[in-house]
Design a binder for this molecule. Sequence first.
Ligand SMILES: CC(C)(COP(=O)(O)OP(=O)(O)OC[C@H]1O[C@@H](n2cnc3c(N)ncnc32)[C@H](O)[C@@H]1OP(=O)(O)O)[C@@H](O)C(=O)NCCC(=O)NCCS
Length: 197
Amino acid sequence: MNSVNFTLQHLHSLRPRVSNVLEGKSVCLRGFELADASKILEHFNDIEIRRFMDMPAPHSQEQEEQWIRNTWDARKIGRCHYYAIEHKQSTQLIGGCGLFSIEKINRRGELMIILYNKEYWGQGFGTEALQLLLQFGFKHINLKTIYLYTHDTNKRAQRVYEKLGFKPGGRRRQASYFEGTYHDLLYYDLLASEFLD
Ligand SMILES: CC(C)(COP(=O)(O)OP(=O)(O)OC[C@H]1O[C@@H](n2cnc3c(N)ncnc32)[C@H](O)[C@@H]1OP(=O)(O)O)[C@@H](O)C(=O)NCCC(=O)NCCS
């Protein structure tokens, strides 16, 4: 096989077979809608919510709507796949998660998650949402590596990532400014071959 054929076949295997809704037991992941912007903002500017998100400035409604539009455009070219996390029983939007900075040749993507409403923390919803997202990333869009950065003080998130099989891989020292000081970011990654479905 020549290298051009190899590259074409390789890229073909990465063409997203995207399902719009990813169904779990307690949560489902769906695309963001503009109507979600106001719901997100009800909680998003809470300092406790933003503390770990590497976003020092508060967001406005316009910024949030623009971000949602950007997620649609980025999905079309396979650069990002962001999902709203909906609590199935109440049908409430409770969070967002996604894969971004997707590199097709390297087959890697960065992961993010946030549960906007603190009332929903600590009930397993974050772990379940990420299990669905990892399945999507590894099985549907054929990523080889999914990685993330998290604040060194974010013990809850680290526990979630470790439960899912992520391995710690290093530290970016003083890489994130928040609340008047610089925090270290920890790097974690998970390979497709390590992912337990
Ligand atoms: C991080 C986040 C997504 C986790 O979702 P969640 O639904 O609250 O997490 P889960 O309930 O699935 O799991 C939490 C785990 O952390 C553990 N935990 C909670 N607080 C902890 C702490 N201070 N130290 C260590 N572990 C902790 C829980 O016991 C649980 O582990 P267990 O199942 O072994 O008991 C959510 O809390 C959130 O959105 N936080 C704010 C934004 C954020 O930090 N995003 C991640 C940025 S990298």
